[in-house]
Design a protein around this ligand. Structure first.
Ligand SMILES: Nc1ncnc2c1ncn2[C@@H]1O[C@H](COP(=O)(O)OP(=O)(O)OP(=O)(O)O)[C@@H](O)[C@H]1O
Ligand SMILES: [Mg+2]
Length: 317
């Protein structure tokens, strides 16, 4: 079981469960539990050994570090030979990645290496041209029904938060649980307040996003994702724009999610978080996975020169 230590390095990220590139959230995206362009992934119900305060509805499977070689059926997310182009630019070049249920993956790599593009493909925020992405047994194609299913199970937390500015914090959090999950207002408010409490922002529930700091809004964004009880969460540099104190709060939130067994893919340069939480660290460069390993080996014995260079830059050697 993960320890909840606090010695996490200061970061480079920032959070928000929302849409890409600052786009406003849309109702069609609410199915993800977070906002606009978020979606959700997968995880099977597994018995957790203990209930964590985040675990209002027993969010995900417990993490079993010994279960490293799981059958194909246990894959929460399976990516095979994924290729994507932006026009002539070949941004993802033959990505193979299988994420087991309850597994925590950290993706690191230099700017422009394709990290965001990769996790955005998992929610079909970006379309791929070649290869296969299967989330919880559902292949992502142009089939909108399947896209909707996947998005209803995969939460996302992006660099840029996209709360609905004209809605209170509470309203932001109850919208998807009511419209997508079919909860009554009372149930949705209970769920929302539970998760807002967990991210230490419940006292701001009646305020509007514009009345909160960036860090507070980002915590709301996480809470909003959690209100959909996602089976998996995708994070794209969720702490990159936060001050150090807020970074720790957000990372603690993510650590707690990990302790609950949430399947997580997290793009981050928070190497302390990676060491503490990740089952695997994946290093990307120029659209390919250069190297992947368990955190200890990844940091202690990087195999590729590009990885060594990246780590030396991160750690300032
Ligand atoms: N919509 C787009 N159209 C064209 N090119 C794009 C688009 N989005 C991203 N790119 C390019 O694709 C490459 C990968 O971008 P991506 O955002 O995935 O990188 P990243 O690894 O997340 O980088 P960063 O660490 O800076 O966030 C970059 O060269 C980027 O300029
Ligand atoms: Mg990025």
């Amino acid at each position: 079981m993960l320890r909840r230590t606090a010695s996490l390095s200061p970061s480079i990220g920032k959070c928000s469960p929302l849409s890409p590139a600052g786009k406003a959230p849309t109702l069609s995206c609410l199915s993800s539990g977070s906002c606009s362009q978020e979606r959700k992934a997968t995880c099977a119900p597994n018995p957790c050994k203990h209930r964590h305060p985040f675990d209002l509805h027993h969010i995900g499977p417990s993490h079993d570090p010994s279960a490293l070689d799981i059958s194909q059926d246990d894959a929460a997310i399976r990516i095979t030979n994924l290729n994507k182009w932006y026009g002539d630019f070949h941004v993802l070049r033959g990505i193979d990645l299988t994420v087991r249920q309850g597994e925590r993956i950290v993706i690191a790599g230099p700017s422009g290496s394709g990290k965001s593009t990769l996790i955005r493909c998992i929610n079909r925020l970006e379309t791929h041209q070649k290869g296969q992405i299967v989330v919880d047994g559902i292949e992502l194609t142009s089939d909108v029904k399947n896209i909707g299913k996947v998005r209803s199970e995969v939460g996302m937390c992006f660099q840029h938060f996209n709360l609905f500015p004209h809605m209170s914090i509470l309203e932001n959090c109850i919208l998807a649980p009511m419209s997508v999950r079919g909860h009554s207002r009372k149930e949705a408010e209970e769920i929302a307040l539970h998760f807002l409490e967990k991210v230490k922002i419940a006292d701001q529930a009646t305020k509007y996003p514009g009345q909160l700091s960036g860090g507070q809004q980002q915590r709301v964004a996480i809470a909003r994702s959690l209100c959909m009880k996602p089976r998996a969460m995708l994070f794209d540099e969720p702490t990159s724009a936060l001050d150090p104190e807020t970074i720790k709060e957000v990372l603690d939130t993510m650590i707690a999610l990990a302790e609950d067994g949430m399947t997580m893919i997290c793009v981050t340069h928070e190497m302390g978080f990676a060491r503490q939480v990740a089952d695997r660290v994946i290093f990307m460069d120029k659209g390919v996975i250069v190297e992947e390993n368990a955190p200890e080996a990844f940091f202690a014995r990087p195999q590729h020169e590009r990885t060594k260079l990246f780590l030396s830059q991160i750690f300032g050697h």
